[in-house]
Design a protein around this ligand. Structure first.
Ligand SMILES: Nc1nc2c(ncn2[C@@H]2O[C@H](COP(=O)(O)OP(=O)(O)OP(=O)(O)O)[C@@H](O)[C@H]2O)c(=O)[nH]1
Ligand SMILES: [Mg+2]
Length: 354
């Protein structure tokens, strides 16, 4: 699963990428796609690590790619941009709200709503282009009659796109979903808007076009996160009390970066189960709905093959009782078979035999 960071030039994409992947000051090349891993902060892992004191603590991760900025009208970069977007599973659109005399802005105008629409429009156009080409090809095919249901579907999607409705918003039946698996649309990808505001905006909770942008997002069912990337970059250099004090001063209760990584993880339909022990406390990433046996395969194919049972404990039970022994004494410990659907926060130990 890959998260693509997109946006116009000089909006703070690379800054957000560096924050997500904890790779600040690496002097990243901004003209090409940078690839990295984002750690998904999880206070459940913090807690488990606190009680097991393992040699190693491993958080869930998500692959992130910093996609070069899209300058509308520049055909060459548009190709690179669209290719990279096509490979991503979800998109984070960084929108510039901060003003800074030293950072030139596109169009010499801070206009977040317009920027959101500009990028959305590029994605819509790319999908429309794909659909029109396909419709043309079907219409010129001698066996056109074999493709009538696909054609009808494409006409419907085309009409939606022409009305600036992203394909994610279209209800599809299973048959239609099946038809579309062959396509790689862009407006079907989960999209999160990240408003990169300045320090003052964050404190005042007010900035240019705030109402309009939030209204637009609500209308289009787009989640929004506000972040002051510049400040978070400074925050990332601090630790402990110093960090707390600075956050308090700014009125930040939760880092925007934490919110982004956690909500992208959820939007991608991903959940975590945990394995615990003195060697390692680890969060494993699976898609929601994954069965126990398949989840075991995340750890090792041998465990999947030789799967016997999954010993499952709820994180909340462990936390409430303070330790695994108390959980076992209370009998809050289950043995589950291979079809059991693993839940977010399950602490699992797999029994297997090879
Ligand atoms: N004041 C301020 N400056 C910021 C903020 N975020 C990023 N910048 C600055 O804006 C400039 C561009 O930031 P980048 O993160 O490189 O932006 P980008 O979108 O990756 O830019 P391109 O890759 O060139 O399109 C840098 O000088 C950053 O230090 C912010 O929140 N506030
Ligand atoms: Mg960049």
């Amino acid at each position: 699963m890959q998260l693509g960071i997109i946006g116009l030039p000089l909006v703070g994409k690379t800054t957000v990428f560096e924050l997500l992947t904890e790779s600040a000051n690496k002097n990243l090349n901004t003209a090409k796609a940078n690839l990295g891993m984002a750690r998904i902060p999880d206070d459940r892992i913090d807690y488990l690590s606190g009680i097991y004191k393992p040699k190693k603590t491993t958080y869930a991760q998500l692959e992130v790619v910093d996609i070069p900025g899209l300058a509308p009208g520049a055909e060459k970069t548009a190709g690179v941009f669209l290719d990279a977007v096509r490979r991503a599973d979800a998109l984070l659109h960084v929108v510039r709200v901060f003003s800074d005399q030293t950072v030139p802005d596109f169009d010499n105008d801070i206009n977040p709503l317009k920027d959101i629409e500009t990028i959305n429009y590029e994605l819509l156009l790319a999908d429309l282009d794909l659909i029109e080409k396909r419709i043309e090809r079907i219409n010129s095919n001698k066996k056109k009659n074999n493709f009538l249901s696909e054609l009808a579907l494409l006409e419907r999607l085309k009409e939606a796109l022409e009305n600036e409705i992203p394909l994610l918003a279209i209800e599809l039946n299973t048959n239609e979903e099946e038809i579309l698996t062959a396509y790689q649309f862009l407006t079907t990808k989960p999209l999160l808007i990240c408003l990169n505001v300045s320090e003052d905006d964050l404190i005042k909770k007010e900035y240019r076009q705030r109402e309009e942008v939030l209204q637009f997002a609500l209308q289009h069912n787009l989640p929004v996160v506000e972040i002051a990337a510049g400040i978070e970059r400074d925050l990332a250099e601090l630790e402990g009390e110093e960090k707390e004090a600075f956050m308090q001063e700014l009125g930040i209760t939760e880092s925007g970066i934490v919110k982004i990584s956690q909500s992208m993880y959820r939007r991608l339909g991903l959940i975590s189960f945990f394995t615990v022990g003195e060697d390692e406390v680890k969060a494993w990433t699976i898609e929601e709905g994954t069965g126990a046996r398949k989840a075991a395969g995340k750890i090792h194919s041998d465990i999947e093959r030789g799967f016997i049972r999954a010993e499952v404990v709820e994180y909340e039970d462990l936390k409430n009782l303070g330790g695994m022994n108390a959980v076992k004494e209370k009998g809050l410990f289950r043995l589950e078979g291979k079809e059991y659907v693993i839940k977010d926060g399950n602490i699992v130990h797999f029994r297997f035999n090879i």
